[in-house]
Design a binder for this molecule. Sequence first.
Ligand code: M6R
Length: 589
Amino acid sequence: MCGIVGLVAKDNCYSRILSTLGRLEYRGYDSAGIALLSEKGFSVRKKKGGVSNLAGEPLAGKTGIGHTRWATHGAPSDANAHPHIAGKFALVHNGIVENYAALKAELLREGETFLSETDSEVIVKLIARAYRGDFFAAVSSVCARLEGAYAIAVLCEDCPEEIVCAKYRSPLVAGVSCDALYVCSDAPALSGEADAIAAARDGEFIHIRDGKITFCDREGNRLERAFTPVTEQERMRDRRRGTFMEEEIFDIPRALSDTLAALRRTDFAPCARAMRSAGKVFAVACGTAFHAALAFKDTVEREVKIPVLCHTSSEFRYRDPLVGKGDLVVAVSQSGETADTLEAARLARSRGAYILAITNVARSSLASLADFSVAMRAGPEIAVAATKSYNCQLLCLYYVAAELCFFRHTRYPAYMAELSALPAAATAAFGTFSAMDSLAQRLQGAQGMYFLGRDADVRTAAEGALKVKEIAYVFAEGYAAGELKHGTLALIEDGFPVLAVATRADLFRKTENALEEVRSRGAYTALFSQCEAISESCADFKCRLPAVCEALMPIIAVIPLQYFALRMCALRGYDPDKPRNLAKSVTVE
Ligand code: M6R
């Protein structure tokens, strides 16, 4: 959940690392730091807080490493910020060393002292002790002792213009440009810096030396790896709006359009066998992606008439799931690096299941471990709160559901003929934003709120509630409207906000009844629907959604809710791009 960068460059090393860290900051923003190596040794600047705190007189050196932190071991502080130094070595680390306590105890027994509370400092101490004049061998031998997850970049004072990196279950890529060599946690952070990228796999090392980047195994044997140009999809776009989240909401029509075009080019033939004869179908994901996975379950069960077992990845991996040979597991993850989803996919794969990944990052760990990967075209999503990736996940999953229909000779879903209408409908949904602003102004002081729905609208309600919790810090719950009377109704009192989504015409009245019931008990009610009947509703606040066919409405209905959460956040005085305690890519358990 941290971001790391390493660089060997003829000039502007400090400013290049600084700007790369700026693009990595979405991975963690508790503290940041840089170490540069020159003939005088290391110069280090590290500070609690954001990357902007590192601005100042550039440090000298042609080789450097940088870090932006999401704290796991030890509170955010200058001392716990990376890089960590021991003897002739400086290190940055992303991941968690699970056996760090045992390793630290051993080092303490041998007389070492520590400047930080981090697990990462243990690694650099071990490297310093293992060093016998061979930089690579010292790093490699220490990695063999580490349990958990790590992407590290290490400098050694004896080896100018050299960086040794290792990767295990935390992402790491290498990048090249005409005058610089990079390692970095992700490809988009290198946009504008590197021209071509190659990703490391688990257990591999990247060695920058003599002006070259080499991928190698733990013995230092060279591994062939092709560098490919940074793709348009990986390129970070210039931000024209105040926050990334706003920018990303306004990018939804483009993201849907590009994703649809990519889906139409995708050849699903390699999935044919798995789709045709899968014994069981599973979907695994976390957070927002889990809501998309639930929508997939709804769609497949309705259209293909086969059950889908949908699990949050963290539960799936620890409950001895009934997954086995010949099953199909759809793993959904924007980043493709979420530790729980990766482990769920690995577990399923180890039992012989076929893994179909839906991810926004083509070079991600999930894409590389899956048997087949459907690449979304949302483009880099920087704000911690997922927005455009959710709309695109739904689109991809509806498409996959249709492929399942095709391979299982079930009637092809009618919604497939309507997909082209989505980008325009998403643009039309922006027309609700001034009303969302008014609603947010009305509700900005609320202590909590409910989001209701039925069928697919429950997924939209849950996603709206997650957004409000995540960035506006207001308790919110997405609930099935029919469940209200079974307990929840007791919490309704004067002015309590209840927002309902009702996009199925045949269920509209039922959802409206639930809203009436809370309204008659004093709740403040808001209704979101494309159905004509909304004009007669007694809800206190009504939002008319742009219409697409009902089956696709979840892709559109969530947009006003995403914007509502953004406005709630802004009105309450928070930064939507950096919600407290969170990071974009949850690469630790
Ligand atoms: O990268 P992933 O899709 O695997 O991430 C899963 C969740 O961590 C993510 O969707 C999270 O819930 C979002 N920040 C919610 O907005």
